[in-house]
Structure formats: C-alpha cells, structure tokens
Write a protein that binds this ligand. Structure first.
Ligand SMILES: [Zn+2]
Ligand SMILES: [Zn+2]
Length: 132
C-alpha cells in the first residue's frame, strides 16, 4: 500500500463516521497533510479496489467510505444524510433462501429521518403555528 493509502486508511479507521471524500480531504487539511482532493479520490478508490475499505452510495448525496468491509446495511437519514451501521444476523442466508441463489454480498440502504432532523422539523412547525 502507498504511504498516502496508509495515512488515509488510518484516518478512516480512527473516525466513527462514514465520511465523504470531501470530509476526508478537509480532515487531511486539518492535520496539515499536503494532498489534493483529486489525490484523495484516487487513493480512496484504490483502497476500495484493494478491499481495505468499502464505498457506500447515498441517493442524492456523495458516496461515503466505510472502514467496515463486513456485510452490513446502512440506515441513511434522507434529510441530513447521516449514516448508521446496521448488522443483520444471517441476512445473507435469508437472501440466499429467498432467491434460491448463493448470495455473496449485498448492499442495503434504508432511509429514515433521524431524531435531530425530526426535532428540528417539529421546532420549525411549532414556530409557524405560533405565527398564525
Ligand atoms: Zn438527519
Ligand atoms: Zn457501514
């Protein structure tokens, strides 16, 4: 693995979030690493190709990078795009039984509205009611 690959992998492993390439780029800047956004993209894609990390596509959002390469699904807030891991026991087995095929891997995104976005919405609605 390249030196930059090791550095970026370390950043991802230390974070408890699923970060976009832009967020990883900003983190590099914070740590005063000299790397361009284009290089961040290139190195991240190499790490994905080599199986060190996983790329998760978010609808209407940027791809995020995941330190866990184990099979799992994601809860995605359709409002703020926050991503939470969901581990479903025996899900591959269930899928195999459903399809009658031996399922090797799966990508599962579930959309919801997170608690913060929900309460923000309620506050907003509350104000509107008071104004009327
Ligand atoms: Zn949210
Ligand atoms: Zn994940």
């Amino acid at each position: 693995m390249s030196k930059l690959g090791k550095v970026l992998q370390q950043l991802i492993y230390e974070s408890d979030k699923h970060m976009t390439a832009e967020e990883i780029f900003l983190l590099c800047k914070e740590k005063e690493l000299k790397i361009s956004l284009a290089s961040v993209y290139r190195v991240l894609n190499t790490l994905v190709d080599e199986g060190h990390i996983r790329k998760v596509s978010i609808s209407d959002g940027s791809d995020v990078f995941d330190k866990s390469t184990e099979d799992h699904g994601h809860l995605v807030c359709s409002c703020c795009k926050k991503v939470t891991d969901v581990y479903i026991e025996d899900f591959k087995l269930i899928l195999s039984q459903l399809t009658g095929k031996e399922v090797d891997s799966y990508h599962l995104n579930m959309e919801y509205i997170c608690e913060e976005c929900n309460s923000r919405k309620e506050k907003k609605n509350g104000k509107q009611i008071r104004r009327n």
